[in-house]
Design a protein around this ligand. Structure first.
Ligand code: PGA
Length: 259
């Protein structure tokens, strides 16, 4: 029996929400609630909040990161933000390849691969998001799509580097729809991802990589998801914006606090 040390992780993705004051109000409420038996907590902030929040709450037990980065190191790319700028502003991780970026900004797997490379070079943990659309699921393409997303996005990632990467399985049909994947679908797709990682790298490496589920996670379904063997954490959009719902999710393992 292989023992693993995949510490449970809850990531809030604030997307394009919250001013500085709104973020401060949220964190002032959240921080007193944190206790050592909780999962690790990450918050993916809008760029404008990164420096003020990460510097004010450096020892809070919360890890702060960003939602995107540019694939170049630096240069004439008006409006863009590089990996080293993220690092400098206090980001420890960055979401890469979220389905909203794939869809609204036409991000290809090739571009995503470059972004992963930049994040790794800067020492910022990439959280690679993969997941099939509704249409792809209905036409039995879920396995092919997710495998090819992993294959292309990780094409230049070495066995040493992959240990720094977190994977998030986020079926597009479940994001913001109130229609989460069932825990068994999530488990099946996470097994697929882990199997891919084992073949591509090694069994031992695959066992150490955290794979998160994202898509309409709420207090009501968080603990059932987390019971699945290959679900190591959750990526939360909507329910991370309101303290009362986020609090219930981070308390998923202590039901009397989560209810
Ligand atoms: P949701 O978003 O929790 O609102 O479905 C998840 C995500 O986009 O990461």
């Amino acid at each position: 029996m292989i023992t693993t040390a995949r510490r449970p992780l809850i990531v809030g993705n604030w997307k394009m929400h919250k001013t500085r004051q709104e973020a401060l109000d949220f964190l002032e409420g959240l921080i007193p609630l944190i206790h050592p038996s909780m999962p690790e907590i990450y918050l993916a902030l809008p760029y404008t909040l990164l420096y003020p929040i990460s510097s004010s709450y450096a020892n809070s037990g919360i890890t702060f990161g960003a939602q995107n980065l540019n694939e170049h190191g630096e240069g004439p790319f008006t409006g863009e933000i590089s990996a080293s700028m993220l690092k400098d502003a206090g980001a420890s991780f960055v979401l890469i390849g979220h389905s909203e970026r794939r869809r609204h900004y036409q991000e290809s797997n090739e571009l995503i691969s470059k972004k992963i490379h930049r994040a790794l070079m800067a020492g910022v943990t990439p959280i690679l998001c993969v997941g099939e659309s509704d249409e792809e699921r209905k036409t039995q393409l879920s396995y092919d799509i997710v495998t090819s997303q992993l294959d292309q996005a990780l094409s230049k990632v070495s066995a040493e580097e992959i240990k720094q990467v977190i994977i998030a399985y986020e079926p597009v049909w479940a994001i913001g729809t109130h229609q989460p994947a069932s825990p068994s679908i999530a488990e099946e797709m996470h097994q697929l991802c882990r199997h891919y990682l084992a073949l591509r790298y090694s069994h031992a490496i695959a066992q150490g990589i955290r794979i998160l589920y994202g898509g309409s996670v709420r207090a009501e379904n968080a603990s059932k998801m987390m019971e699945e063997e290959n679900v190591d954490g959750l990526l939360i959009g909507n329910a991370s914006l309101v303290l009362s719902s986020f609090e219930k999710i981070i308390n998923y393992s202590t039901p009397h606090l989560a209810s």
